[in-house]
Design a protein around this ligand. Structure first.
Ligand SMILES: [Zn+2]
Length: 257
């Protein structure tokens, strides 16, 4: 997930403070009114699910439940991990980038093992530089395209998520998916922090929610437990404190076409 560091583009929207609490989302009229589909309907006709993730944990936060559902159905799942999130504690001398990178790669592998079904979830690590994804957009498109096949169902972060790395990853993934003939959908991560639960209408067109089984919800929770360095107890100022985890413990996930 990774916080937006000082010096990054702080233009719209501003990611500060605790953000929206899950209690507000539970009573959000527009969120509760989104069309709901089953995981079976969502995964019908999918040969392979590919998740392109800017930082280790974004893939589980945004669509870990759907990855678990795919695993339960024996569908192959491939994760493209664009950065290792090595700059997440850049101001903390106890977390130099090389150490952080190793820790977060191991945490991601452990989380994907939890979500694996009959076929293990595979992962490609691109190591393109936490916080600097947008700087090499053309190279990123080529690297992502190299991981995709025609006919893949590709998921990535929302192109208006509010974090520069999330938005750059979305733009590059859209280009890459178009290049190889794969379908693309996006999921909010930081959006749940700053979007308005009381808005009169949804902030995105044609969004829908995928219902998750209790088994998938439980697997997602166990996968999120693997990101120890991001959780309370793993750092004095964790990226994923309990009130953030609450936003990713729902029995549905929202996808944007
Ligand atoms: Zn992120």
């Amino acid at each position: 997930m990774d916080a937006v560091a000082e010096g990054r583009d702080r233009a719209k929207p501003t990611i500060v403070g605790d953000g929206q609490h899950e209690g507000a989302w539970r009573v959000s009229a527009w969120l509760q009114a989104l069309p709901r589909i089953t995981a079976d309907a969502c995964l019908a006709g999918v040969a392979r699910l590919v998740v392109v993730s800017p930082h280790p944990d974004d893939e589980v936060l945004g669509c870990g439940g759907l990855m678990a559902e795919a695993g339960l159905r024996g569908l192959p799942v491939h994760v493209v991990s664009v950065t290792d999130g090595e700059a997440c504690y850049a101001d903390d001398p106890r977390w130099p980038p090389a150490h952080t990178r190793a820790v977060r790669r191991a945490e991601l592998r452990a989380a994907l093992n939890v979500l694996s079904g009959k076929v293990p979830v595979t992962v490609a690590t691109l190591d393109l530089g936490d916080g600097r994804i947008g700087a090499g957009q053309l190279a990123l498109v080529a690297r992502i395209a190299g991981e995709l096949r025609t006919g893949d169902r590709v998921l990535t972060t929302w192109r208006h998520d509010g974090h520069p790395d999330h938005e750059a990853t979305a733009r590059a993934t859209a280009d890459a998916a178009g290049r190889v003939g794969a379908s693309l959908q996006e999921f909010p991560v930081w959006g749940w922090h700053w979007l308005d639960p009381t808005a009169a209408s949804p902030p995105f067109a044609d969004a829908y929610a995928v219902r998750l089984s209790a088994q998938a919800v439980a697997s997602k929770a166990r996968a999120l437990d693997c990101f120890v360095s991001q959780r309370a107890g793993g750092h004095a100022t964790p990226i994923l404190p309990p009130h953030v985890i609450a936003r990713f413990s729902r029995d549905f996930e929202v996808l944007l076409p």
